[in-house]
Ligand binder design. Sequence first.
Ligand code: FES
Ligand SMILES: [Fe+2]
Length: 334
Amino acid sequence: MANKFLEAEKKYFRGWMFLGFSSAFPKGKIKTRKYMNEDCLLFRSESGKLNMIEPYCSHFGTNMETGKVMGENIQCPMHGRMFEGDGACRNAKFKSIRSYTVAENRGLVFAWFDEPGAEPQWEHPQFMNEEEFPDILWRHARNLELHHPAVPQNNGVDPRHFEFTHAMFGKVTQEGDFEAEGHKATCKMATEVQKPLSTLAKGNVAEVTAYYEGPLNDYLISKTGSNVAHLGNFLTVIDGKHCKLTQIGMGKRTFNPVTRIQDLISAFFSWNATREDAPVWNNRKPIEHDYYPHDTDKAIKAFCEWTDTFQYFPGSDDEQEKANDENRLKAVEI
Ligand code: FES
Ligand SMILES: [Fe+2]
């Protein structure tokens, strides 16, 4: 199993990937980023539509990061070819460039990653149910190095990882029970909380259910008695060994002073517990712990089989370079 992850450096997951918050992409601004080992350019047009295309002009391959947003298009800074958000060249007969489908949902930006030209196979994640959870109560993002994308998303099926790395979540009381249907999957497990965490009291058994929307996004609901905590996990894959995990706590914001005080107290407990999170990775202290043979764990096996069905193999950097060179040569022939 471990080898599978280590060999997977050049494999990625097709699906909706979290790109960040809408506020990071203001109108008229051009941003370049690397996602799934692919160079990408984002621009928000004058009408407010966010677009993502490859950054290289179909003429001589100029990087259009220093171009200009003109209405609904981006203009190449070299000779002024104009490209629409879907990558089509507005100047008659010239070659289009690659584009990605982008979706924005209540301030969150997702893009569909797949083979070039492939249509999205399902709708973007809709974890933010407007009526039930109108607010993002808190959010933070952390950069994860040396991870295959499957590793951070494995959290939701793996109570033994909670027990070892996120010790405040506690001791395993129920192993993961993973079930998948198409791009949707769920996993139920339970742990005994070792430290007060948000609205979860110490000593209580927390039932944790992970709801997956494809292999790149999941949403955890933890329950102890009548207390419930909601946590969205959104993955941004930079390349085979670098990811970013953005976590969002969701709930109903209230202006009732008593509830506000309760919220503040639970926020303090969360902060207090999470500052001791991942003590080994954060080099705080070693942990004495028996190692379990994870490879035999049923839920992890099922999770890995499920994620395998989403893998694709984007062109290597060299192939991308070759394709760009071919485009340049063809353009010169024109
Ligand atoms: S118009 Fe882009 S390189 Fe010529
Ligand atoms: Fe974790």
